[in-house]
Ligand binder design. Structure first.
Ligand code: PBG
Length: 327
């Protein structure tokens, strides 16, 4: 008989031999920034998550600072949408303005965190698709320069990392080329490399008002029946010059994360998406699960599967509870 229980008898012993633990320094907190002034409104389907106007970002910045979270990922909600998503590559758009506000705030506060700009068109297009349309179809190659322009805009405003999320083929390469041409040779790209067409994005589309007005995203986001294809997507991003790869969503895709971990030596991120967050919040609000314990278990699973970085709406709550536990 192997006495496996020998090493489980005492909490310190368990701690000593534990293989993984979630680390706030490895977490990224997604933030929705909207137009206007003085806005802080809760997203109805995502309790505890808010849309902020740029001038109110100081509140969330303070929390992220004190939590020790690595950074935030910005999603913009523009005042006006149009066919070509021009708000995404407007130097005065919501995201560049938010980045500029935060940079000023960092200067005054004397500390900072990473600002990652999500690069996509869906929040900015009237049709809600992630690229430009041509004859009712999302035109891959016509969308690339628009993404490249959005990335250059974000970098110019001061974003530390850009993260293209549209699943257009060649988008990482197109952005790398444009950033280099504009002198942003040191701005890293985090590719949403294997992003699946998923029902788990539902609450996000409420939050960002970005649901497609017709059809779905299956002609660009991945089919969730395919794991080998996900590895090809990851390799393609790597070859195009991505600095960080990502698998998204997270919970139902940990097999892909584990396989990606064996395949690449690049840093690997997972995106614990809106629906995954809201399911936990809803069950916890009903008293059916213990939110704190569930969140810790979920975050641990991401790192155990091989993720280096976790993008999660739970970041602030998790960090807050860790701090309270220590005090
Ligand atoms: C934009 C984008 C989406 C998410 C991140 N970037 C929505 C989508 O693809 O429809 C989803 C994030 C989440 O659900 O938390 N392309």
């Amino acid at each position: 008989m192997q006495r496996m229980r020998r090493m489980r008898a005492d909490a310190r012993l368990r701690g000593l031999v534990s293989e993984t633990s979630p680390d706030v320094k490895k977490l990224i907190y997604p933030v929705f920034v909207t137009y206007g002034n003085g806005v802080k409104e809760e997203v109805p389907s995502m309790p505890g998550v808010y849309r902020y106007s740029a001038d109110r970002l100081g509140e969330v910045a303070d929390e992220v600072f004190s939590a020790g979270i690595a950074g935030i990922m910005l999603f913009g909600i523009p005042e006006r949408k149009d066919e070509k998503g021009s708000g995404a590559y407007d130097a005065n758009g919501v995201v560049p303005r938010a980045v500029a506000f935060l940079k000023e705030y960092f200067k005054k506060a004397g500390r900072s965190f990473l600002i990652i700009a999500d690069i996509c068109l869906c929040e900015y297009t009237s049709h809600g698709h992630c690229g430009a349309l041509c004859g009712g179809e999302v035109d891959n190659d016509a969308s690339l320069p628009l993404h490249a322009a959005a990335a250059v805009c974000a970098a110019r405003a001061g974003a530390d990392i850009v993260a293209p999320s549209s699943m257009m083929d060649g988008v990482v390469g197109a952005i790398r080329q444009a950033l280099d041409a504009e002198g942003f040779i040191n701005t890293p790209i985090m590719g949403y490399s294997a992003k699946f067409a998923s029902a788990f994005y539902g609450p996000f589309r409420d939050a960002a008002d970005s649901a497609p007005q017709f059809g779905d995203r299956k002609s660009y986001q991945m089919d969730y029946r395919n794991a080998r294809e996900a590895l090809r997507e990851l390799s393609a991003d790597e070859e195009e010059g991505a600095d960080i790869l990502m698998v998204k969503p997270a919970l139902s895709y940990l097999d892909v994360v584990a396989r990606a971990r064996r395949r690449t030596d690049l840093p690997l991120a997972v995106y614990n998406v809106s629906g995954e967050y809201s399911m936990v919040k809803a069950a916890a609000a009903n008293g059916w699960i213990d939110e704190d314990k569930i969140v810790e278990e979920i975050l641990t699973a991401f790192f155990r599967a091989g993720a280096d970085i976790v993008i999660t709406y739970h970041a602030l709550g998790f960090a807050r509870r860790l701090r309270e536990g220590k005090e």
